[in-house]
Write a protein that binds this ligand. Structure first.
Ligand code: G
Ligand code: G
Ligand code: MN
Ligand code: NA
Length: 251
């Protein structure tokens, strides 16, 4: 309850910050983009991770203005990166009912002179259970802007195979639990990753293996055909200045 009130002030008082985690091409291990991850620097409680405050932001509706801020900041940083380096932003289910989102995104793209194809929106599969018309409408409008979409945490929710046929999704992000299990146990768990990779490829989608923490995990995912990887091996979520320095000479 205390956090609820504090969160309302956090945006105005500049307590929110974005960290950026590298996403790397599996073939040549070069950075293809960054995922923006939100942090809250609370004046008394210190840094609060998203899992502890995103649910509050969702319940209070604060996720809508916070989401607009996240997109604005993410694009401001992306504007400083080489053209081929993309930025991915996470969206909650609540934000898929924010009818102003397309206008905000279009304005932010124009303001920062970033092309729409460089912004990827990460949406978790469970969101599509509802199949609400308002969500479908929003997705259509966002697709019309030319954005890319990734299905986040894939495999952890209900299999939304119907969602995959939606042409607007260009990427599946394989949940890190599969990567962890495959690295520890081998064959059976690997078969699941392989099946997801094949499914994605047949739908002309890319696949990012999440949570690649070790060289062994990376090589396994690469050999199973994942096109991109993301995890502590290639970089933890880092401050924007540091992310920008990493790609400064890639132009
Ligand atoms: O950075 P970390 O791994 O702690 O993030 C945990 C979760 O919080 C992730 O699953 C991510 O989807 C979610 N998250 C992080 N940043 C944002 C954000 O800007 N908006 C929304 N809606 N979710 C976020
Ligand atoms: O759900 P989503 O994929 O948006 O969450 C991303 C979260 O995963 C971030 O909070 C990030 O800190 C975390 N993460 C990223 N790479 C790794 C990793 O290699 N290992 C673990 N355990 N977590 C990771
Ligand atoms: Mn994500
Ligand atoms: Na995930």
């Amino acid at each position: 309850r205390r956090l609820e009130g504090d969160l309302a002030a956090a945006l105005d008082q500049d307590q929110l910050a974005l960290m950026f985690q590298p996403v790397v091409d599996a073939a040549d291990e070069r950075i293809t983009g960054f995922e923006a991850l939100l942090r809250w620097h609370h004046p008394e409680l210190g840094t609060i991770p998203p899992l502890d405050f995103i649910p509050i932001a969702e319940d209070t509706g604060l996720i809508v203005p916070i989401g607009h801020w996240v997109i604005d900041r993410a694009l401001a940083w992306a504007a400083r990166w080489p053209q081929h380096v993309r930025v991915a932003v996470n969206l909650s289910a609540v934000q898929m009912e924010d009818v102003d989102l397309p206008v905000h995104i279009a304005a932010a793209l124009a303001r920062h002179r970033v092309t729409a194809d460089r912004l990827e929106l990460e949406i978790t599969e469970s969101l599509f259970l509802a199949e609400k018309p308002v969500v479908q409408q929003l997705l259509a409008e966002l697709t019309a802007l030319g954005l890319n979409f990734a299905l986040d945490d894939f495999g952890t929710g209900y299999s939304a195979l119907g969602t995959l046929q939606n042409a607007s999704f260009s990427r599946i992000k394989i949940d890190r639990s599969f990567v962890k299990r495959a690295t520890a146990l081998g064959d059976d768990a690997s078969a699941i990753i392989q099946a997801i990779v094949r499914l994605a490829a047949s739908l002309d989608m890319a696949t990012t293996a999440e949570g690649t923490e070790t060289r062994a995990a990376f090589e396994l995912c690469r050999d199973l055909g994942c096109t991109q990887v993301q995890g502590f091996l290639f970089g933890r979520p880092m401050p924007p200045e540091q992310a920008t320095a990493l790609v400064a000479d890639l132009a």
